[in-house]
Design a protein around this ligand. Structure first.
Ligand code: NAI
Ligand code: ENO
Length: 365
């Protein structure tokens, strides 16, 4: 039976879900966004099948309603929902980065006999907006569902089956556990990234050249500080208690580091980095999670036009690249061209394409 899915909020996550869910042949996607321009763009670039002019009217037609709005806005809309005309068996879910406050607000839906199952795909990026949406965003990433305890087992199965097509790994957790774990691996790191950028801004006043030197490590560590401030304001406000606990743990860790710096010998300092390296190296990094960048290294001779030659071959085979840089070029020897792709699949096609057209060696770090 054909399912109608209404997605409210057509930014990075709502747009990516719409594109992912379109892989179902028997699902029709209606989209709504508070921004008229976003709504029109979503229709024009084929992210949604139909535009909803009024959210409340479209909700009458939906079997599944997905809120992909900033988390404070999601709570506001959930509170309005009992006055909407909805299908009897509708399943309502969201994609918000926090779950406790959202589940608390959704009590009102439970009391009105409307099924609500919280959701959070653990994949995304610092980018926002419908133009950044990608069908493959959720591939291999965990997608957490937070149904009310001992409720909606069948509906959770319907939702999992629907989401399966995105190739995400759907798991169920409770909202408290969710907010604790995401504070550790996502929300608190965001505060640290923002604070490092603030530290650089202050430093830059006395040493303006510092900013120019902010390369590799600093950029890797602070990429997420370029995310949407409104989204992170809402997440921080909703997960304040967990974040404040994490901050306390961090301050204690910084105290330990301060002692190490001031009083320990080189061996203990090395041990600190070794333990961190070991734990970091053993992290189970999922292939598709988060903002994946798949680099391909190409040994290229240093002659004029070599880069356009390679990008030309890739363009002929319709392989999109997301970034391009050269590390180390010296006259008369091979340089290393690093090409970034959005998917592993694109990178594999690029390896074949370069092998077909050139004698340049390619390798993956
Ligand atoms: N960006 C990320 O990496 C991830 C974000 N999330 C969560 O997903 C949700 C959406 O985030 P993004 O897609 O990144 O944000 P976004 O900023 O790209 O898109 C949000 C969209 O919601 C629309 N919107 C705002 N208020 C609205 C309202 N009242 N009615 C209808 N539309 C409204 C905006 O116009 C915008 O198009 C947030 O709750 C966020 O916490 C979850 C996982 C990853
Ligand atoms: O850009 C990144 O690496 C992210 O961490 C994206 C992200 C942002 C918010 C989430 O709730 C989940 C993932």
């Amino acid at each position: 039976m054909k399912q109608t899915v209404l997605i409210i909020g057509l930014g990075l996550i709502g747009g990516s879900l719409a594109l992912g869910l379109k892989r179902h042949t028997d699902v029709s996607i209606i989209g709504y966004d508070a921004s008229d321009q976003t709504l029109r763009t979503a229709k024009r670039i084929g992210v949604i099948d139909e535009m909803a002019v009024q959210m409340e009217d479209a909700s009458e037609l939906a079997d599944i309603i997905i809120f992909a709005t900033p988390v404070n806005e999601t709570i506001r809309l959930i509170k309005e929902m009992p006055s909407w005309q909805l299908k009897k068996n509708v399943i309502v879910t969201d994609t918000g980065s926090t779950k406790k406050e959202i589940m608390k607000a959704a009590q009102i839906l439970k009391e009105a006999g409307i099924t609500f199952i919280g959701g959070h795909p653990m994949a995304g990026s610092h980018k926002s907006g419908v133009e950044a949406a990608r069908a493959h965003l959720f591939e291999n990433a965990f997608y957490m569902l937070t149904p009310f305890e001992n409720e909606n087992k069948e509906e959770a199965k319907v939702l999992s089956d629907l989401l399966h097509v995105t190739k995400a790994k759907v798991v169920q957790v409770n909202a408290e556990e969710h907010d604790h774990m995401t504070a550790v691996v996502s929300h608190f790191p965001h505060l640290v990234a923002a604070s490092l950028v603030h530290q650089l801004a202050v430093e830059n006043e006395s040493f303006p050249f510092t900013k120019q030197l902010a390369a590799g490590g600093f950029r890797d560590l602070t990429r997420i500080a370029s995310s949407n401030p409104i989204m992170w304001r809402d997440i921080t406000v909703q997960n304040r208690a967990e974040l404040s606990n994490q901050l306390q743990v961090w301050l204690e860790e910084m105290k330990r580091l301060q002692n190490l710096l001031l009083h320990s010998d080189a061996e203990d300092i090395e041990q600190y980095f070794s333990t961190a390296k070991q734990v970091r190296d053993e992290l189970p990094i999922s292939k598709g999670a988060m903002f994946a960048v798949h680099d391909l290294y190409v040994d290229v001779p240093d002659y004029p036009g070599v880069i356009s030659e390679i990008t030309g071959y890739l363009a002929n085979d319709h392989i999109s690249i997301t970034n391009l840089r050269i590390i180390e070029t010296r006259e008369d020897i091979f340089g290393i061209l690093v090409i970034s792709f959005q998917t592993i699949d694109d990178r594999e096609k690029a390896v074949e394409c370069i092998a077909k057209n050139t004698t340049f060696e390619t390798y993956i770090s």
